[in-house]
Design a protein around this ligand. Structure first.
Ligand code: PLP
Length: 410
């Protein structure tokens, strides 16, 4: 008799289950709009040319070894990561108010941040310990924060009517949150909706959060991948730092470097300006190091080495920006093509949201029954909330996809 006889069968991860179903489908017309990974116009994974170059250089380096990295990771990588997200001449960096650790990609950063806040965040009211996430949000947020015992609440985000931001709903929820609550914000290219606040709306969000002493927890998984500009995509974070917030940032290099499986990412803690800022930052850093040591000892090296080479070399960096524009440009073209096609066909409904939304994903507004019909009848795979990965579309399948959508919504 096993001591684990009472363990229940867990549901399959919906996204990875979807991928498996797609792989099994033998129809030649099949379309994969599930997983959030970039594909080129031939629906193939794309190794960024700049990453290939850095990788070749690394492999040719006779001094490369497989020693452990320090607990906080590769220093050249974390330092460059701070600059990338906060800006080269961020006062927070020069005033030594930032402490950074290399993490197991964005997921590891979110986990480390959640664990750290769960242990060390001490707002005056114990109720404020909750983390408020957008409804909907990246599904893994819920699992990660519940694993570290942070109570989770939600704030409205997506308007079903406009398929844009429910700004009023979001704002009134923030206004009524308990003082000191943690608010998870997607820095850009919100997953799963593709809907971001405008800069003016970010300013209003910041004002409310200041008034209520809310704590910003930024998840930044798409810098440069969303708009094609690294600084545009970091605008909200930089604005909040300028406003003097104490905050955390989780940074993923999965999408913008295409380093998905190499698990390169970083976690940054930024202290507010003030007389004890440096000391607080350094003490926080020491505790983060203890957490990291007990969880992963030290982070994986290879992906960070590639990223670090590119981030610290002017020429490679410029080529990276070019590669980012290639990816974001292709996605924008697909948004345009899909919208145009649906509007030409007079497919019932409005389709402006396809080009209004940005980044990897689009929340199409298709309902669960329509999603199911797309899969069963047309071999098109997407998550049942109607989210499509724009990167799965290309000039060979966008017409077929639009025709299929048209058929299921009529
Ligand atoms: N946060 C958000 C919002 C994401 O969409 C993702 C990836 O899909 C991540 C974090 C982390 O991804 P990774 O762990 O692959 O860096």
């Amino acid at each position: 008799q096993s001591a684990f006889g009472a363990v229940q069968q867990a549901p399959e991860d919906p996204l990875f289950g979807l991928m498996a179903a797609y792989r099994k489908d033998e129809d030649s017309k099949k379309v994969d709009l599930g997983i959030g990974a970039y594909r080129d116009n031939n629906a193939k994974p794309w190794v960024l040319p700049v990453v290939k170059k850095a990788d070749d250089r690394l492999r040719d380096d006779p001094n490369l070894n497989h020693e452990y990295l320090p607990i906080a990771g590769l220093a050249n990588f974390t330092t460059a990561s701070q600059k990338l997200v906060l800006g080269d001449d961020s006062p927070a960096i020069s005033e030594k108010r930032v402490v950074s650790l290399q993490t197991v990609s964005g997921t590891g950063a979110v986990h480390l941040g959640g664990l750290f806040l769960s242990k060390f965040y001490t707002p005056s009211n114990s109720e404020s310990k909750a983390i408020h996430v957008s409804s909907p949000t990246w599904a893994n947020h819920n699992q990660i924060f519940s694993n570290v015992n942070l109570p989770i609440k939600t704030y409205p985000y997506f308007s079903k009517e406009t398929k844009g931001l429910d700004f009023d709903g979001m704002v009134s929820s923030l206004k009524s949150a308990t003082e000191g609550s943690i608010i998870l914000l997607h820095a850009c290219a919100h997953n799963p909706t593709g809907v971001d606040p405008t800069q003016d709306q970010w300013k209003q969000i910041s004002t409310i959060m200041k008034e209520k002493s809310l704590f910003p927890f930024f998840d930044c998984a798409y810098q440069g991948f969303a708009s094609g500009s690294l600084s545009t995509d970091a605008w909200a974070i930089r604005y909040f730092v300028e406003q003097g917030f104490e905050l955390v940032i989780c940074q993923s290099y999965a999408k913008n470097f295409g380093l998905y499986g190499e698990r390169a990412g970083a976690f940054h803690f930024v202290t507010s300006p003030g007389s004890h800022a440096q000391e607080t930052t350094s003490r926080v850093g020491s505790q983060l190091a203890i957490l990291q040591r007990s969880e992963i000892s030290n982070p994986p090296a290879y992906g960070a080495r590639i990223a670090s080479l590119i981030l610290n070399d002017k020429e490679l960096f410029a080529q990276w920006e070019e590669d980012l524009r290639t990816m974001s440009g292709r996605i924008k073209e697909m948004r345009k093509a899909l919208r145009t096609k649906l509007e030409e066909k007079k497919t019932p409904g409005t389709w402006n949201h396809i080009t209004d939304q940005i980044g990897m994903f689009s929340f199409t507004g298709l309902n669960e029954a329509q999603v199911q019909r797309l899969r069963e009848k047309y071999h098109v795979y997407m998550t049942k909330n109607g989210r499509i990965s724009m990167a799965g579309l290309n000039t060979n399948n966008v017409d077929y996809f639009a025709d299929s959508v048209d058929a299921v919504v009529r």
